[in-house]
Design a protein around this ligand. Sequence first.
Ligand code: SF4
Ligand code: SF4
Ligand code: FES
Length: 245
Amino acid sequence: MQDLMVKEITVSIFRYDPESDKHPSYQTYSVPSKERMLVGDMLEYIHENLDGSLAYRWECRMRLCGGCTILINGKPGLICREQAEPSMTLEPLPFLPIVRDLVVDRKSLLDKIYSVPPLTRQKSPVRLPEPIAHEVILGLRVPRQCVQCLACVAVCPATEVLTADLFLPPKLIQIAGFAIDDRDTVDRVQESEESNLFDCACCHACEEVCPHEINISEKVITALRNKTYEHGIGRGGRYIKAFYD
Ligand code: SF4
Ligand code: SF4
Ligand code: FES
């Protein structure tokens, strides 16, 4: 929380241009503080008044595009959500290639998240208006909230161990969104298994940084694991299915 008595913010920012710099460095700026100043406001002040060469992403400014995540004092957060503090260090997200300064190339991970096949209906003609159960509508709210900001990816131990692309919480969120929809005909159980569903350690670290407070371990991981158990697969699935039966 910002200390309103502090008139100036001291911020150390990671700087690196892979095309011209041999090594990354940190540059320190002093910024006049304002009440309820967001990290994004502070970066905008620096860009407009102190250093126009600073690169950062700041697009929708409404926590919707998911593109502005950086490490704020070592913790991933959206610059359009987190408040500036009297002393800060800002760095780019780990795992991803640096384009410049705080901007990373998110494409490789987003491609994997968006590789999940969309909802696929049966071939028979759809009766309109299409019936959809109330529980399904409620369940669909969770995946719809994910803005693919990758904050959870930056703290997930399973993602780290599996070298940042084989286990992706936002990909499992996409799969879960389709798996709970009765109209879908794709084998989401197999898809979950192939996406390393059982490597989640249920540590809840992702939930602590998610800007939309998505309960990933319960609403996504556990929900998908229960689906695999119903099919008698997954780690220990044969034994757990015996309880279902
Ligand atoms: S609960 Fe699972 S998905 Fe979330 S950070 Fe921990 S291991 Fe990763
Ligand atoms: S689950 Fe939350 S933290 Fe992870 S990508 Fe989606 S919105 Fe971001
Ligand atoms: S600017 Fe779009 S989520 Fe922050």
